[in-house]
Design a protein around this ligand. Sequence first.
Ligand SMILES: C[S@@+](CC[C@H](N)C(=O)[O-])C[C@H]1O[C@@H](n2cnc3c(N)ncnc32)[C@H](O)[C@@H]1O
Length: 357
Amino acid sequence: MTATFEPESCVLRYCRPGFEGECGEELASEAAASGIAGALLPDAGFVAFRSAGAPARAALDRIADWRNSIFARQCLPVFAVLEALPRADRLTPIMAALGARGERFFDAWVEAPETDEGKALAAFCRSFGNALIGGLKKTRLLDPTAPRRLHAFFPKSDNVYLASVDPRTSAPWPQGIPRLKFPREAPSRSTLKLEEALLVLLDENERERWLKPGMSAVDLGAAPGGWTWQLVRRSLRVTAVDNGPMDAALMQSGIVVHAREDGFRFRPKKPVDWMVCDMVEQPRRIAELVARWFADGWCRHCIFNLKLPMKKRYAETMLCLDLIEGKLASAGREVELRAKQLYHDREEITVFCRLRK
Ligand SMILES: C[S@@+](CC[C@H](N)C(=O)[O-])C[C@H]1O[C@@H](n2cnc3c(N)ncnc32)[C@H](O)[C@@H]1O
């Protein structure tokens, strides 16, 4: 069966398996806020939303924008769903749908969810990717100057969603997963969380402007030092706050001071450029702490983790973000918050916060 959507009235969001509920709640709440009625179809490793009618283009663009979402690794505006594809030749019906649409693409990605079923499709996705690129070339639908990328997403080997994606509003990694290499000298695997946060939550220009050599930072819950290592790598001077031991080699950098103190009581002697926080604590306590640091002017930028409870994870996330905004608004400060569940996050999300004024 083939279903095509004109204009695109179906949106897919990929997410961490196990977080389909949160991803769906977020998508439903954004659709409602944009005035789009429709049905939510949570699956495994992704969520689909089909609007009831033909919604306004701008409203659909908003819910298909990866940058606006906390729980989506990728967002796709879908233009066709093909089901019961023949195993012997999946390409012909897909090329027929693409030919009927007539849109040119600068690239094509073939993807599957990050579930066990999806992982079993990895080899197929690689080889089918080559076949699809070949098909696009043959029909002159591959064009390096075209503005959009084609995504062919296979939840199962005989079903595919086709989407036309604007690279400016989507994640720039297949499956929405940045594959980072663990740096061997880093003291812990947690280092990848901060590396990914800096990559996903800031753009290149912001990384250059806001992370300059010689800047100062405080790392709350720093031991053994994976996050501090990322800051030291960028030549920031770091106060690492933790009662636990810091990695000896990292301390030899000469730009780290270890403060064996409680992260909730620690106060910097002077305001710092950055505060980062990876303490395992109730999310509301962390949100209160972050609000305090900004209200009292102790830092200008912050990246922190909110470890989510098992139940009501979406509600807790929104409550914590609202708490920070609310407290700072009453202190006369306006902050910008950007939150994502990163690939390297498990039962948690990562948030960037900065003072606007
Ligand atoms: C997940 S680990 C941090 C890992 C670290 N970000 C890294 O990359 O190596 C959490 C740390 O928070 C510390 N911690 C928990 N509660 C704390 C508190 N109240 N004050 C200071 N450190 C705390 C723990 O000692 C632990 O080392």
